[in-house]
Ligand binder design. Structure first.
Ligand SMILES: NC(=O)c1ccc[n+]([C@@H]2O[C@H](COP(=O)([O-])OP(=O)(O)OC[C@H]3O[C@@H](n4cnc5c(N)ncnc54)[C@H](O)[C@@H]3O)[C@@H](O)[C@H]2O)c1
Length: 323
């Protein structure tokens, strides 16, 4: 049986990735320190290790458990926290990733690494979306810098050691199990607000766009990134793929789709625009289509309805972060 290691497999996206690899016939192990993830998210059929990605235990597991693929999702994911404590962000996102790459390099079995980066942040503020992979990078936060640094290490390890890797630069991922805390998930925050009958807070005029992609589509990209042949060229963008819809959706439209899914009509409350917030952000996805044979399948109304239903069904279990 092929073997997969999922770091961050107790988190939102990682737990769905672990499900997908189990369904695809892999033996799956999960590494997660439960700093934001939940033990209950880890599929029962997976072997769970409650360790930090930067620890020597994690290195030992990667070197000795004979993985064919490592899908690396464990990360410090909060942009504001990265600004407040860039050293901690870099320790997890750069040094944590580098430690894993060193362990993969020394492992006996050849193992491909799938790394999860961000199409929302590595390109920075740009004039003309949809942004392709080769667009100049202008990371504007420690989080974006740490993700891009890890990408450079992956490109370097490919050039120097032939360590195979795919980089997935996600848009704004939403779906069941997303944590509504922090600034990561406007969809999950709105779902909780709708369930409580409270107003939805919109920053600025609500016309700022983002590329919202359902977790089921992201998981399929992780599967294809792990299993499809990849280009052999060197360079930062050679095996990097934007994973989004190439559609910019503004917050007002997002709110009205969710109002429809919830069958409610709570008011919107407007708050001042957040400093430094990008106005338009969505990414070109032709390369993932061409090379990985990937395409987004879940439409926004379907995906939002599915997500709202999950939040409604799980609200009283504590799985939504609210009890
Ligand atoms: N959610 C999005 O919209 C989005 C967008 C772009 C990129 N990403 C990337 O996708 C990945 C998964 O994000 P998510 O939204 O599922 O976040 P999440 O917080 O739900 O998952 C991250 C998981 O990593 C674990 N973790 C954090 N630090 C760790 C450490 N030092 N050692 C071991 N485990 C650790 C957490 O406990 C959590 O379970 C991240 O790398 C993130 O940067 C997410």
């Amino acid at each position: 049986m092929p073997r997969a290691l999922v770091t961050g497999g107790a988190g939102f996206i990682g737990s769905h990735v672990a499900d997908r690899f189990l369904a695809g016939g892999y033996e799956v192990e999960v590494i997660d320190n439960l700093s934001s993830g939940r033990r209950e998210n880890v599929p029962r059929a997976a072997t769970f290790h409650e360790v930090d990605v930067g620890s020597s235990e994690a290195g030992h597991i990667v070197r000795n458990h004979g993985f064919d693929v490592l899908i690396h999702l464990a990360a410090q994911i909060d942009v504001r926290k990265s600004v407040a404590d860039p050293v901690r962000d870099a320790t997890i996102n750069i040094l944590g990733t580098l430690g894993l790459l060193e362990a993969v390099r020394k492992a006996e079995r050849r193992c491909r690494v799938v790394f999860t980066s961000t199409g929302g942040a590595v390109y920075g503020t740009f004039a003309n979306p949809p942004t392709p992979e080769a667009h100049p990078k202008e990371p504007e936060s420690p989080y974006a810098i740490s993700k891009l640094s890890a990408e450079y290490y992956l490109a370097y390890y490919f050039q120097l050691y032939g360590l195979e890797s795919a980089v997935l630069r996600f848009g704004n991922v939403y779906g069941p199990r997303q944590d509504p805390h922090g600034e990561a998930g406007v969809v999950s925050i709105f779902c909780n607000r709708l369930l409580e009958g409270r107003a939805l807070t919109v920053f600025g005029d609500g016309l700022q766009t983002r590329d919202y992609i359902h977790v089921a589509d992201v998981v399929e990209a992780a599967w294809l990134g792990a299993t499809r042949p990849l280009p052999a060229e060197h360079g930062l963008d050679s095996r990097a793929f934007n994973i989004g819809t190439a559609i910019g959706t503004n917050v007002l439209d997002l709110a009205s789709h969710l109002q429809r899914a919830a069958g409610t009509n709570v008011p919107l409350e407007f708050a001042p625009k957040r400093p430094g917030e990008q106005q338009e952000s969505f990414i070109a996805i032709g390369k993932a289509r061409r090379v990985l044979g990937w395409a987004p399948r879940v439409t926004l109304p379907e995906g939002l309805a599915n997500t709202y239903e999950w939040f409604a069904a799980n609200r009283l279990t504590g799985a939504t972060g609210k009890s």
